[in-house]
Write a protein that binds this ligand. Structure first.
Ligand code: AMP
Length: 395
């Protein structure tokens, strides 16, 4: 497999699939440029000797051209970050793109218009992929967030570059770090899975049961586990149709010698509101009309003890409603404990939208080993699925 670090880009045009799906406000200001910044090292590497054609999706235009979702709104910012003038093609295929790609010289960057203005992108249309491929000599995939989709630009296009396809630094890094939790693991390995619902994380939990030493279940989903054991959970969030599935998880955990940890107490509230009345309560004795919105002190202490005895941690999902200050304590303390343990040599991978948001909120991004940008792609990789965007390069 070719690698970006030792590939010779001299006189080559590289088409790079990036993820520029960034939030932009009503004044067309980019409100979070993390994804653009993340792509800069790969772009700069190619520019040392070659030229770059960038392609990305933004938003969900549903195959209709949209002024609002145009990638023209990122050109200025990208130019500033790269310190050079980025040219925009008014379409991702067609004459303008072809001419501008043809005339591209060493050190120059061309950005194609939003790929999802075409239905062919999501459909993985081969002719569309071929058109994109015809613009360049080399294909680089650096969009981990869409690597689990067999779209034209993420997967199908790779076949037109049998000997000139590779990952960019973002995907290389993601795989290297996620594999420290999936393949090349230092034990004990602990997964902390939180968030609101069991249903969205059931596959990952099932897959983790054959991998982890400890599994901590926190947040809203813990109440389905507590109820499955016969506990009283009051008005806490619950998925009654998942009770059987959760009983199965208890069984499998015990068969696989996985230590399963649930909260033992909870901060309960009489309303889903930051200003609600609150009290602390055993997790399985929550009165009617009250709901558990954060982990209690005893639970947090237990969880931190498990964290401190781990060599590797995967954290996905908050252990309480951390968006509200009255119910953020558990999530904040877990984040802090992970950062502290990382300082002492533990490997920590933070993945999934809300735990990433939490780590960012508490300013700990640089204090953990790796923060995955993956979202759905990370979860599918952890579930043991082969991601089409990865396979297209490694095959
Ligand atoms: P998810 O998207 O499934 O990872 O869930 C994240 C969301 O779960 C966050 O917005 C949290 O506010 C929410 N959450 C965490 N704990 C609870 C809880 N005990 N009750 C209701 N929602 C919760």
């Amino acid at each position: 497999m070719k690698q970006i670090n030792n590939y010779d880009f001299t006189n080559k045009k590289a088409i790079i699939r990036v993820d520029f799906n960034v939030p932009i406000d009503d004044n067309f200001e980019i409100t979070d440029d993390t994804r653009i910044r993340a792509a800069i090292p790969t772009i700069k590497k190619v520019l040392e000797n070659g030229s770059v054609i960038l392609m990305s999706h933004r938003g969900r235009p549903k195959a209709v051209v949209s002024e609002k979702l145009s990638l023209k709104h990122v050109v200025k910012h990208l130019s500033n970050l790269l310190n050079l003038k980025v040219t925009l093609a008014n379409d991702c295929t067609g004459e303008d793109a072809k001419n501008k790609a043809k005339n591209l010289k060493k050190g120059e960057v061309l950005l194609l218009e939003n790929l999802r203005f075409y239905k062919e992108e999501k459909k993985g249309d081969e002719n569309f992929a071929k058109e994109l491929a015809s613009l360049a000599d080399v294909y680089i995939n650096d969009a981990f967030g869409t690597a689990h989709r067999a779209h034209a630009s993420t997967t199908i296009i790779a076949k037109f570059f049998p000997n000139d396809k590779m990952f960019g630094y973002i995907i290389e890094n993601e795989i290297k770090n996620i594999d420290k939790v999936v393949k090349d693991v230092k034990r004990p390995l602990t997964a902390i899975i939180g968030g609101s619902k069991v249903s969205s994380k059931i596959t990952i939990i099932e897959n983790l049961l054959s991998k982890v030493d400890n599994l901590i279940i926190g947040g809203g989903m813990a109440f389905t586990f507590v109820k499955a054991r016969g506990g009283k959970i009051g008005d806490s969030i619950v998925e009654n149709d998942k009770i059987d599935l959760v009983s199965e998880i208890y069984k499998k955990a015990s068969e696989n010698n996985v230590n399963l940890y649930l909260p033992t107490d909870s901060i309960i509230a009489d309303e889903f509101d930051n200003n609600a009345n609150t009290k602390i309560c055993d997790i399985d004795k929550i009165p009617d009309n009250w709901q558990g919105l954060d982990a209690g002190k005893k639970s947090i202490k237990n969880f931190i003890e498990v964290i401190n005895n781990s060599a590797t941690i995967l954290w996905n999902g908050p252990v309480g409603v951390f968006e509200m200050s009255s119910f953020e304590n558990g999530t904040k303390q877990i984040a802090g404990a992970i950062a502290e343990a990382t300082k002492n040599g533990m490997f920590s991978l933070i993945g999934g939208g809300d735990s990433v948001a939490a780590i960012t909120k508490y300013g700990l991004t640089d204090k953990v080993s790796y923060v995955s940008t993956g979202g759905g792609a990370l979860l599918e990789y952890m579930e043991g699925k082969e991601l089409p965007g990865i396979k297209a390069i490694t095959d």
